[in-house]
Design a protein around this ligand. Structure first.
Ligand SMILES: Cc1cc2nc3c(=O)[nH]c(=O)nc-3n(C[C@H](O)[C@H](O)[C@H](O)COP(=O)(O)OP(=O)(O)OC[C@H]3O[C@@H](n4cnc5c(N)ncnc54)[C@H](O)[C@@H]3O)c2cc1C
Length: 239
């Protein structure tokens, strides 16, 4: 695995991103992430690598049979910038360790709001989901209104700050679901697969699905190629 994976940042949505800050095992170490999983499993009978073919076979056996604890030996630490609507869904996954930006400490910037490309319509057969999009005219009209709403919210926020109101209270004026937020977060490979399974699924909201897809494509697959292959085969395709 290339060391350039650490520090790699991928853009998501209009101004969000996700960056790999660190990983265990570190890309500089002699042991790849996949091998760390295999070696952890072989502790059961005090052995280590037996060559690529047998190692990969063992890893596939582990995932197929949900022998999950060896996958907890690999960890990913990310920095994420995403709208609050994404954050609120992300934090429901309790196995991520997190530390987030404080809106009590750092003022929000005028450009800190999410502007969607399109307005998705309410799904007719799933009360939580969306399907299809508004036509271009309606789309542009709503986006214009959203921008005006952001301008007004930010103007009132700034006015409150100028009057000496604390940042923790002035933020009540900001459009809550759309403001961009930054956090650092860590998870092991087993629990990451659970997150990816749920949040890459078609019924997950687009604004978190694109982050899950970015993790899968740009970090999980290159960092753990065998595990990623087994994940698709035994978990994603099996569903
Ligand atoms: C499409 C979709 C729609 C959703 N809609 C809603 C909704 O309408 N309302 C809502 O509130 N939530 C909703 N959720 C969130 C969902 O209910 C779960 O909270 C979220 O998916 C996290 O799942 P999890 O428990 O598997 O993950 P994690 O919190 O990461 O936990 C992973 C596993 O660890 C174990 N675990 C972790 N912590 C504990 C603990 N304290 N006690 C016992 N076991 C623990 C459990 O086995 C758990 O399955 C939705 C999720 C999805 C994907």
């Amino acid at each position: 695995m290339s060391q350039s994976l650490i520090g790699k940042r991928v853009g998501v949505l209009d101004k969000g991103w996700i960056e790999l800050v660190d990983m265990m095992p570190h890309p500089d170490s002699d042991i790849s992430g996949d091998l760390a999983i295999v070696n952890a499993a072989r502790v059961s009978f005090l052995g280590e690598s037996k060559g690529d073919d047998r190692d990969k076979k063992l890893l596939f056996y582990l995932l197929r049979n949900r022998h999950t604890s060896p996958f907890e030996m690999v960890e990913f630490k990310f920095r994420v910038r995403a709208p609050l609507v994404t954050w609120w869904q992300w934090v429901r996954h309790r196995t991520w360790n997190m530390n987030a930006q404080s809106g009590r400490y750092t003022p929000f910037q005028e450009s800190d709001f999410y502007i969607p490309d399109v307005w998705r319509k309410q799904s007719t057969d799933n009360k939580q989901a969306s399907e299809g999009v508004l036509d271009e005219l309606e789309n542009d009209d709503l986006t214009g209104k959203l921008l005006a709403h952001y301008d007004e919210g930010y103007r009132l926020y700034s006015e409150a700050l100028d009057k000496g109101v604390s940042k923790e209270m002035a933020r009540l004026f900001l459009p809550g679901f759309s403001v961009y937020y930054t956090w650092v977060t860590k998870i092991d490979a087993h629990n990451l697969m659970q997150f990816l399974r749920l949040r890459m699924a078609r019924d997950a909201q687009y604004e978190i699905r694109v982050f899950a897809a970015a993790i899968h494509e740009h970090f999980f697959k290159p960092a753990l190629p065998w595990t990623a292959e087994a994940f698709v085969k035994y978990i994603l395709k099996a569903e």
